[in-house]
Design a protein around this ligand. Structure first.
Ligand code: ZN
Ligand code: ZN
Length: 216
C-alpha cells in the first residue's frame, strides 16, 4: 500500500495528529496539528519525510492550534476544513484562553474544502466528505485504495463527537455518520480524533450511539 500513516497524540487532549505520506515520494501531510509541533516534526524527521501541506478536519483548538506556527515555519499551505468552521478558527484565541492553552494565532486556510473534493498527498489522493454535526464545517478524509478514513471528532471507537458546542447538532451528526461514512464500507479502518482506531463495521455492531440495531 502506497499510503502510510502514523498518529502522534498531541496537546493535553491527546488529540491524534496524523502524518500521512506517500511511500513512493516520501511527501507527507500533517492532519490536525493541534500543538506540540516539536513532537510532530520529530516523527517527520524519524521517517525521512518531506512535509508538503497541512490538512484540517475541523476548527477546534486541539486539532488546529499548531497550524499557524507550523505553516509559517515550513511555508506549508493549509487545506480544510469546510468554510462553515471559520467562526471556530476566528475564535482560536478565545478557545486557547478558555482551555488554558498557550496563545495561538488565527490563520486563513489556503483552501476551504467541500463535499466531493479531493486532496493530494504526494502521488496519492484522498476524498473529502463533509460531515457536519460536531462542528458545521467538519470534514473527513478517505483513502479509498487502502480503505482508511481520518474522521476527526465525528466518530470514535464506542462513541461519537460532542454536539453541545455552538452550531453542533446531534441529529445532523447521526445523519452524517449514516449517510456519509457507512456507505464507504464496513471494512474501512478509521483514525478518530482521540483514542484507538476501529472499523465502521465494528461501530455499526457495537457503538451505543450509532449501531444499526438502534435504528431497527
Ligand atoms: Zn472537536
Ligand atoms: Zn478533538
Amino acid at each position: 500500500m502506497s499510503l502510510q500513516f502514523h498518529s502522534v497524540p498531541v496537546t493535553p487532549f491527546q488529540q491524534n495528529c496524523t502524518l500521512l505520506w506517500c511511500e513512493d515520494s516520501k511527501r507527507a501531510a500533517v492532519v490536525d496539528p493541534g500543538g506540540d509541533i516539536d513532537k510532530i516534526l520529530a516523527a517527520v524527521e524519524e521517517r525521512g519525510l518531506k512535509l508538503e501541506k497541512i490538512l484540517l478536519t475541523h476548527g477546534h483548538l486541539d486539532h488546529v492550534g499548531g497550524t499557524a506556527a507550523l505553516s509559517k515555519q515550513l511555508q506549508l499551505p493549509v487545506e480544510g476544513p469546510h468554510q462553515d468552521d471559520n467562526f471556530w478558527i476566528e475564535q482560536l484565541p478565545v478557545q486557547a484562553q478558555m482551555f488554558g492553552f498557550p496563545a495561538v494565532e488565527v490563520f486563513t486556510p489556503n483552501r476551504w474544502l467541500e463535499q466531493g473534493d479531493t486532496v493530494s498527498v504526494g502521488d496519492e489522493e484522498l476524498e473529502v466528505h463533509h460531515c457536519p454535526g460536531h462542528t458545521p464545517g467538519h470534514v473527513v478524509f478517505f483513502h479509498r485504495q487502502s480503505k482508511l478514513a481520518l474522521v476527526g471528532d465525528v466518530l470514535f471507537a464506542g462513541s461519537i463527537g460532542r454536539t453541545d458546542f455552538p452550531q453542533g447538532d446531534h441529529d445532523t451528526l447521526i445523519r452524517s455518520i449514516k449517510k456519509r461514512l457507512w456507505p464507504l464500507g464496513d471494512e474501512v479502518r478509521f483514525v478518530p480524533g482521540h483514542g484507538p482506531m476501529s472499523t465502521f463495521g465494528q461501530e455499526r455492531q457495537t457503538n451505543p450511539f450509532v449501531a444499526d440495531k438502534r435504528f431497527g
